[in-house]
Design a protein around this ligand. Sequence first.
Ligand SMILES: NC(=O)C1=CN([C@@H]2O[C@H](COP(=O)(O)OP(=O)(O)OC[C@H]3O[C@@H](n4cnc5c(N)ncnc54)[C@H](O)[C@@H]3O)[C@@H](O)[C@H]2O)C=CC1
Ligand SMILES: O=C(CO)COP(=O)(O)O
Length: 334
Amino acid sequence: MKNIAVLGCGFGTALSIMCRQMGYDVTLWSPFAEEIAAIRREGEHRKLLPGIKLPEGIRLTCDLSCTAHADMILLAVPSHAVRATAQKLASIISPRCLLVNVAKGLEEESLLRLSQVIAEELPQNPLVVLSGPSHAEEVGRGQPTTVVAASADHNAAEAVQDLLMNQSLRIYVNDDLTGVELGGALKNIIALAAGVLDGLGYGDNAKAALLTRGITEISRLGCALGARQDTFAGLTGIGDLIVTCTSPHSRNRRAGILIGQGKTAAEAVAAVGTVEGYRSARCAYALARRTGVEMPIIEQVYQVLFEGKAAGEAVECLMARPKKHEMERSWLTR
Ligand SMILES: NC(=O)C1=CN([C@@H]2O[C@H](COP(=O)(O)OP(=O)(O)OC[C@H]3O[C@@H](n4cnc5c(N)ncnc54)[C@H](O)[C@@H]3O)[C@@H](O)[C@H]2O)C=CC1
Ligand SMILES: O=C(CO)COP(=O)(O)O
């Protein structure tokens, strides 16, 4: 194994720097010629990762045929672009090529997890999801980071652990692919809400409540969809939730701050860029309805994002809910 193609130049840039430093032969791809030209010219992705220089030897391209001889592909495109990108790969890559997806989201139309989307398009390829608290700004600087490799194929997950673990990136294996993916996708919605609290000027008490009750909701839905409860206590559950809800790097949180300060959701998303929690909120709301799982925070976030509810009013609604026992088990609404 030596040839790695990294698709997408946001988090993908950080991953390609890491892979190159590990001695791999690395190609970084973007569909946008201007993005590749700017990275080539400036030696860094100045817009997304300013000050993080690419080492010598990373090939930059807009030509997806760079994946033809790849032993491993890191898929780091936004979640809404995962199916189209996988479709394009179908006629190019070898069936032996190991696929690693790092995007965090659900497919809006089908409500499928991204590994299911990729498997529909590239059924022959071994597929691993790499997820956890791993902001690009820190991975790109080689700062200590821990993530999880999850797959339906245990050997493939261990192969990714062997291939990508290094002194700055510690990788654990988890066989609960459903839980790992749902944790990554759903925490972005709670991070949006965390930003809303910050934008409204609320403090640490409210943030701690949001994280704690947020992971409760995530694990309820996750378990209803077949995930294991303990996965949500791990790196891809509470770990990723903590980082995204508290980090200045988080775009979900930054969009939430703008909403809390009075911008509309559409304005906030347009100002920030990729805000995965925005789309995921629609999916989670639909999944909650489909499964009958009670998700009061998700419901309020949905109403703020898509029904014009004022953020302050959403907080009031959550505070005024009927009395409950903390560890209540009867969480089905139907
Ligand atoms: N930025 C981060 O720190 C982390 C991001 N992720 C996840 O990785 C995924 C990508 O995130 P970012 O790189 O931050 O997003 P981004 O939107 O900043 O960058 C994605 C890159 O993908 C490419 N791209 C954009 N639109 C595309 C399209 N329609 N088709 C194909 N390629 C396209 C471009 O090269 C772009 O720079 C997201 O799902 C995110 O949740 C996961 C861990 C860390
Ligand atoms: O998933 C991420 C870090 O693990 C990225 O978070 P944001 O999309 O909120 O920037």
